[in-house]
Design a protein around this ligand. Structure first.
Ligand code: TRP
Length: 374
């Protein structure tokens, strides 16, 4: 891989992602000013839209047009339960809650315990199934409306999913799956079939209401290959193509090119981390700072390559003015990395204390959210 190159697939994110280039590779659309203005007619612009954390889409204009005609869309998103939840996972979920609150949408949340069993050598079915329930606690803790939200683990509701997955699978050839996902002869055959299971929730409301119902899928951009297939197949089996809106990845605390939780556990903060772990991970994180205090004062820091600054941007400073202030202080060399990190530590610890409380309280709500039947 060349120095500046990167890979983004649903199972792997490697290198420094150039998002402008990725939009070209995937063939999605950037969210432009006109589209932002259109969203603003219906809801205050979320900071993730203002900051282009959610930056790309497919047919978002279409789904908004339907909404404007009184044809409401439902939301669909999901999680592959392979590990504890980390702060990066919360980014699209927080945004999904904003969409639910703003547009009054129903939400289906898929936990792909089947996928993670198939793709993770070391995980058993029991483990991925129980992780689905552990991860669901983090979803519930964010405050989703239980009357409008259904979370499900694939293996719990497979009786509903399977017939429709068959319809999808019949329209997807092995050569398409190979081209889209990079499968080889060594890929297990469950993995090859799996994408048809991830398609089905985009059709749930159409199936239930026996008429075409628009669907909007908020997700991190790495999942786009699945939904490219879903969109290709949908009209062939009598469903509308789902629209989607895509976010960037919260960068690794270890610096660029070392993305994702499959890397070192210190590259991400998990929602179950103790205050001591938070402190250790943040204080030992990579920054955009200079080698010496003298250089930092003279040259200033580099927020554009700094994961600490990204943590503020993605999650921990939602006020644009205050974020700009942090950026200016950093660039001008007034702010030292130690101080910047210490402040972030306090915010993350405070957030996690609250989140962990809500997460425990969510255990009692699990049965309200987790469906055994669709
Ligand atoms: N495959 C996703 C993952 O590994 C989980 C998932 C299923 C998903 N359906 C989704 C993610 C819809 C976003 C939107 O994380």
């Amino acid at each position: 891989m060349a120095e500046k190159d990167f890979i983004v697939t649903p199972w792997e994110v490697v290198g420094d992602v150039d998002y402008t280039e990725l939009v070209k590779r995937f063939g999605t659309q950037e969210i432009d000013e006109a589209l932002l203005a259109r969203i603003k007619k219906h809801a205050p612009l979320h900071y993730m839209l203002r900051r282009k954390i959610f930056f790309s889409h497919r047919d978002l204009d279409w789904v908004l047009g339907e909404y404007e005609k009184g044809n409401k869309f439902f939301l669909y998103t999901g999680r592959g339960p392979s590990d504890d939840t980390h702060l990066g996972h919360l980014v699209p979920w927080i945004f999904t809650k904003y969409l639910q609150d703003s547009f009054g949408s129903k939400l289906y949340f898929q936990m792909t315990d089947d996928e993670k069993f198939l793709f993770k050598e070391k995980l058993s079915r029991e483990e991925t199934h129980s992780l689905a329930y552990e991860n669901a606690l983090d979803v519930i803790a964010l405050g989703f409306d239980s009357k409008k939200t259904m979370i499900f683990a694939d293996t719990d509701v497979i009786d509903f999913l399977y017939p429709h997955a068959l319809e999808v699978a019949k329209k997807v050839t092995f050569s398409t799956a190979k081209a889209v996902f990079g499968f080889t002869n060594e890929t297990n055959i469950g993995g090859i079939f799996f994408t048809s299971i991830q398609s089905v929730p985009a059709f749930i409301e159409s199936i239930k209401q026996k008429k075409p119902v628009p669907c909007l899928i908020p997700h991190a951009i790495d999942q786009d290959p699945h939904f490219r297939i879903t969109r290709d197949v949908a009209p062939k089996i009598g469903f509308p193509k789902p629209s989607s809106i895509h976010c960037k990845f919260l960068p690794s605390l270890k610096g660029s090119g070392k993305m994702s939780s499959s890397g070192s556990p210190d590259s991400m903060i998990y929602t179950t981390d103790s205050p001591e772990e938070v402190e250790r991970k943040i204080m030992s994180a990579f920054t955009g700072g200079r080698d010496t205090i003298e250089e930092q004062k003279r040259l200033g820091g580099r927020p554009e390559i700094c994961p600490i600054f990204s943590y503020y941007t993605f999650l921990f400073e939602t006020d644009d003015e205050k974020l700009k202030e942090i950026e200016q202080q950093c660039r001008s060399g007034k702010l030292m990395c130690g101080e910047d990190k210490a402040r972030l530590c306090e915010r993350v610890k405070k957030f996690l204390a609250e989140h962990q409380k809500n997460r425990e309280a969510a255990r009692k709500q699990l049965s309200k959210f987790m469906a055994k039947k669709i």
